[in-house]
Design a protein around this ligand. Structure first.
Ligand code: AG3
Length: 302
C-alpha cells in the first residue's frame, strides 16, 4: 500500500523482451503490491489526471475493462469488475440488517456502493459522505452506471470528512453503515482505528450492522487480522469475509462485517432472493462461501 506510486505510463512498442507482439504503440498502467507483484492494464486513453487537496486521481480508458479509476496509484475500480466489489460490500450487511431504512456510506464517492444500497426497497435515506468532491464530479462525468445513484431522491450527498460526520451524528441513528474507503495509508488510517469504530457503534441503532473494506487478505493479511481483532473487542459480533475482486492486485478482497444485534449467520431469505435475482455477483451462495477462510488465515485470526 505505497502512497508514492505514480501512475506508470510506459511505452511498450520498443520492448523487445515483451512476449507480446504489439502492432502499435500502447501504454500500460500497473498497480504494484508491496511484494512486487503487479496487475497491468493496456491503456488506450487518459481521460483525467487531477491532483486534489486529498489525492492524485487518474482516470484511464482501458483496452478491455472499460474505464479505470486510480487514486494515488491504487486501483479503485474498473467498469468491468466494480460490481464484484460493490456487491460484496453492500448486500450481506443490508440483508443481515432486519430493516435497513437509514444507510450511511463513508467514502465511495463514485456511487457504486450507493447504487447497490438503493436496490433495497426498505431504504428511506442513503447518506453518502465523500471527502473529495472531485471524485463525485469525475463519476458524474464519466462513470454513469455508478453515478446514476445520485439521481435517486433518497440520496443525501455530503461533501465532508467521514470521520467527523460519524463522530457528530446523532447516536442510534443509522441501521447500516458501509465504509468504502481507500487503503489504510495517510488520511484513511483513522478509518481503521478504535476511535472511529467506537463512534460507529454509537451511531448505529440497536440492530445496526456495519461492513467495511479492510485489506487484501493475502499481501496485507496482518492488517486484516489486526482490524478484525480490534472490531471483536468493540462489537458483540465481528468477522472477516472475502470476495473475488479481479481489479485488485491479489484478485481477492477482504471485508469486515460487524453487528450490534442481528445474528451475522442469518440473512433474510425472502429479501435475499429478490436481491439475488438482479445481482451480477451477489447470491446466497457467494454470501455463504465468503466467510470461509484459508486455514493459515483462520489460525492467525484465533
Ligand atoms: N475502495 C477502495 C478499495 C481499496 C483498493 N485498494 C487497492 N487497489 N490497493 C474502492 C472504491 C470503489 N467504490
Amino acid at each position: 500500500m505505497k502512497t508514492d506510486l505514480k501512475p506508470e505510463l510506459v511505452t511498450m512498442s520498443d520492448e523487445k523482451t515483451s512476449l507480446m507482439e504489439p502492432t502499435e504503440a500502447w501504454h500500460t498502467f500497473t498497480e504494484w503490491s508491496d511484494t512486487g507483484v503487479g496487475l497491468t492494464w493496456k491503456i488506450t486513453r487518459m481521460l483525467e489526471s487531477v491532483k486534489t487537496e486529498y489525492q492524485q486521481i487518474d482516470l484511464y480508458e482501458t483496452e478491455g475493462d472499460g474505464k479505470l479509476l486510480v487514486h494515488d496509484g491504487a486501483v479503485m475500480l474498473t467498469e468491468r469488475f466494480e460490481s464484484q466489489y460493490h456487491d460484496a460490500l453492500v448486500h450481506s450487511a443490508m440483508l443481515i440488517s432486519p430493516n435497513p431504512r437509514r444507510v450511511l456510506v463513508i467514502g465511495g464517492g463514485d456511487g457504486g456502493t450507493l447504487r447497490e444500497v438503493l436496490r433495497h426497497p426498505e431504504v428511506e435515506v442513503a447518506c453518502q459522505v465523500e471527502i473529495d468532491d472531485e471524485v463525485v464530479r469525475i463519476a458524474k462525468e464519466y462513470l454513469p452506471t455508478m453515478a446514476k445513484a445520485y439521481d435517486d431522491p433518497r440520496v443525501d450527498l455530503v461533501i465532508g470528512d467521514g470521520l467527523a460526520y460519524v463522530r457528530d451524528t446523532e447516536p442510534d441513528s443509522w441501521d447500516v453503515i458501509l465504509v468504502d474507503s481507500t487503503d489504510p495509508v495517510g488520511p484513511a488510517v483513522p478509518l481503521f482505528e478504535e476511535p472511529f469504530y467506537n463512534d460507529i457503534k454509537r451511531a448505529l441503532t440497536e440492530d445496526g450492522v456495519m461492513a467495511s473494506q479492510i485489506a487484501d487478505p493475502t499481501f496485507h493479511n496482518d492488517h486484516l487480522v489486526t482490524v478484525i481483532k480490534r472490531l471483536e473487542k468493540i462489537f458483540p459480533q465481528a468477522r472477516p469475509y472475502t470476495a473475488p475482486v479481479q481489479m485488485y492486485p491479489s484478485g481477492v478482497w477482504g471485508f469486515a462485517l460487524v453487528s450490534k444485534g442481528p445474528d451475522l449467520d442469518t440473512v433474510d431469505d425472502e429479501r435475499a432472493m429478490v436481491i439475488e435475482r438482479d445481482s451480477k455477483h451477489w447470491s446466497r451462495e457467494t454470501h455463504a462461501s465468503s466467510f470461509g477462510m484459508p486455514n493459515w488465515l483462520r489460525r492467525k485470526l484465533l
